[in-house]
Design a protein around this ligand. Structure first.
Ligand SMILES: [Zn+2]
Length: 599
């Protein structure tokens, strides 16, 4: 590995000088945007006066927003490669403040667009055809017609927005900085401090004593602070339910799925279909019990990998070869762009160095490359991560290439589809082409674990979320007892009668930040199922379907998320999409069993 960034050849680093060639160029754009935001705040009058006025305001907002995105890319990407560089850190913080300023300066836009009478708008489209390129934006804004408040109330909401939503920050600081979980012994018998991040490798240990101690110690501490966590969650949910009520939504679930532009039936379709198909999950746990060679599987056993990960190391260029080979079914349009991006065009920042942000992500904006941050250390997992992030970046590439900037950002509801499709294609491809049985078992182990956590666990979280919101909506406060009881019941259902459901798990809700994301997690589950259904079609129908899939990637935000998925023949309202995910999981379990029998 490299000691410093200077030693890394340029072709393994992203090229950020293409965003701004110098710090001066950045500063000059920053000063412009700052000025433009202030004058934008004064443009309110024009918006509802004429077709030209509306077009001007929407174009101006978009122009400032795109410039801000570019400033943000420069500051955030530079700061992520060296988090100890205070210069870029403070630049990034300054850009984030500009986002807030733009939010406050533009609060009038949505209400004003909503107030334009329908007839007038129709005539404006004829009078000023330029407005048609903003039709989808206007339609999205006008969906809020029934949920708007008076101007002064909207202003109050905008001003208060920074002060609201502090519950998760408090929860995370309390759990990660203030709480003391004591010490436990690791695999080498060494005493190590226990906390939320050391817990994960400890509970995956092959040594049962290590994982059991970590599990019991962690929840013993959480148990003592249950009332504090319950009050935080109660406060957050009350905030969400109050906002939903004030904005005339039936409940907070309806308010949240409204933002995603999907009906709540999608949520319930997911939960019901998963509930009706728990057997592959129980089979998986039985497999786990056998391989771990324990009489009864406990909850502290479920994170231990079935197969030790491969020891083989891969070079980055080799990983790129493997990913391109697995994705070649997409055809030359996709592959040539991706290959250039990964090898020559400076999309990727490959290697870890001191101070670089951990993990991996895909970023970028309309005017930049779809950058990818990796911390490539040569493990087999890293190849899967590369395929995943490449999926995001190619989705962004096609979305940006085929749409005006105002329609180029795909929504959260579809965000994890393209990345997961690539991950699944890679797994399936390696299962088909690999001759080595241990590699195959390793891939299947990872695949099963992905379905367990992304499909089943997130659906369990979704059920819990609906319960907590519903409880508050019926006027009952969330207490430690109510929360822990419900959480325990859900675990009983999702682990089945053959797993020992250790009582301590009832406190796990205290350490899950996602319950503060307001109905976010169900999208992980729907995305992996949409991806499984797409992969099934890619593999069975080949080229004619690939064309439809690439059309889906090109939708950006020019269509609603449900309509863009329909372009790829995926109808999220139907149980078959969820069943495609469950089927792929079931297949992985049975393939794993077959390989095991051959051993
Ligand atoms: Zn992702």
């Amino acid at each position: 590995m490299y000691d410093s960034r200077n030693q890394i050849p340029q072709k393994y680093k992203w090229n950020l000088s293409e965003i701004y060639s110098s710090r001066d160029a950045f500063e000059s754009d920053f000063a412009d945007v700052d000025k433009e935001i202030r004058s934008f705040a004064l443009s309110g009058e024009r918006i509802s006066k004429s077709a030209d006025g509306l077009l001007n305001v929407l174009s101006e907002y978009n122009r400032i927003y795109q410039k801000l995105r570019k400033l943000s890319e420069y500051a955030e990407r530079n700061s992520d490669v060296d988090l100890s560089d205070n210069g870029f850190q403070s630049l990034a913080a300054k850009v984030r403040m500009l986002y807030n300023d733009l939010g406050s300066a533009s609060f009038f836009v949505v209400p004003a667009v909503c107030r334009i009478p329908e007839k007038k708008l129709v005539s404006w489209y004829k009078e000023q055809p330029g407005l048609l390129s903003f039709k989808r934006v206007i339609d999205r804004y006008r969906r809020y017609r029934k949920h708007l408040l008076s101007d002064s109330e909207e202003k109050l909401f905008a001003d208060l927005s920074n002060a609201l939503q502090s519950h998760e920050t408090i929860r995370s600081i309390f759990a990660n900085a203030d709480l003391q979980f004591g010490f436990v012994k690791d695999d080498d018998g060494k005493r190590v401090p226990l906390n939320d991040s050391t817990y994960v490798p400890l509970v995956m240990s092959q040594n049962r004593n290590v994982r059991r101690n970590a599990f019991r110690s962690l929840y013993k501490t959480y148990d003592q602070y249950g009332n504090t966590f319950a009050n935080l969650l109660n406060g957050f949910v009350r905030e969400m339910t109050t906002i939903a009520e004030v904005r005339h939504f039936e409940n907070s679930l309806e308010a949240s799925v409204f933002e995603d532009e999907v009906p709540s039936s999608i949520y319930h379709n997911l939960v019901q279909t998963v509930r009706d198909h728990m057997s592959p999950l129980f089979e998986y746990y039985e497999l786990k019990r056998k391989l771990l060679n324990v009489e009864k599987l406990h909850l502290y056993d479920v994170y231990t990998p079935l197969i030790a990960s491969q020891s083989r190391q891969y070079e980055y260029d080799e990983a790129v070869d493997i990913v391109l080979d697995a994705l070649k079914i997409y055809g030359p349009d996709y592959i040539s762009v991706l290959e250039k991006g990964l090898r020559k065009d400076g999309w990727v920042d490959v290697y870890p160095t001191k101070g670089k942000r951990g993990g991996a992500y895909s970023a970028g904006c309309y005017e930049t490359k779809p950058y990818i941050l990796l911390n490539f250390s040569g493990t087999f997992d890293n190849i899967s991560t590369l395929a995943h992030e490449a999926g995001h970046s190619m989705h962004s590439y096609f979305s940006r290439k085929n749409n005006d900037s105002q329609n180029s950002e795909y929504t959260i509801f579809v965000a994890e589809v393209a990345s997961t499709v690539n991950e699944l294609l890679l797994s399936h491809h390696l299962l088909k082409t690999s001759k080595d049985k241990s590699i195959k078992m390793n891939i299947l182990d990872e695949l099963m674990s992905t379905y367990k956590s992304t499909l089943y666990r997130q659906t369990m979280f979704a059920e819990f979320e609906e319960f907590i919101h519903h409880t508050v909506e019926t006027g009952e406060p969330l207490t430690k007892e109510i929360l822990s009881d419900e959480y325990y019941q859900l675990n009983l259902r999702y682990f089945g009668k053959d797993v020992v459901c250790d009582r301590q798990i009832q406190y796990e809700w205290m350490r899950v930040p996602h319950f503060y994301y307001n109905f976010y997690v169900y999208k992980y589950a729907t995305c992996i199922c949409a991806a499984s259904a797409i992969v099934k079609k890619i593999e069975s129908e080949g080229q004619p379907y690939i064309k439809k899939y690439l059309d889906f990637l090109s939708c950006g935000n020019s269509k609603s998320p449900l309509d863009s998925l329909l372009v790829a023949e995926i109808d999220m309202r139907k149980p078959d999409v969820i069943l495609a995910g469950i089927d792929d999981f079931r297949n992985a379990v049975s393939q794993f069993k077959d390989l095991l029998e051959e051993c």
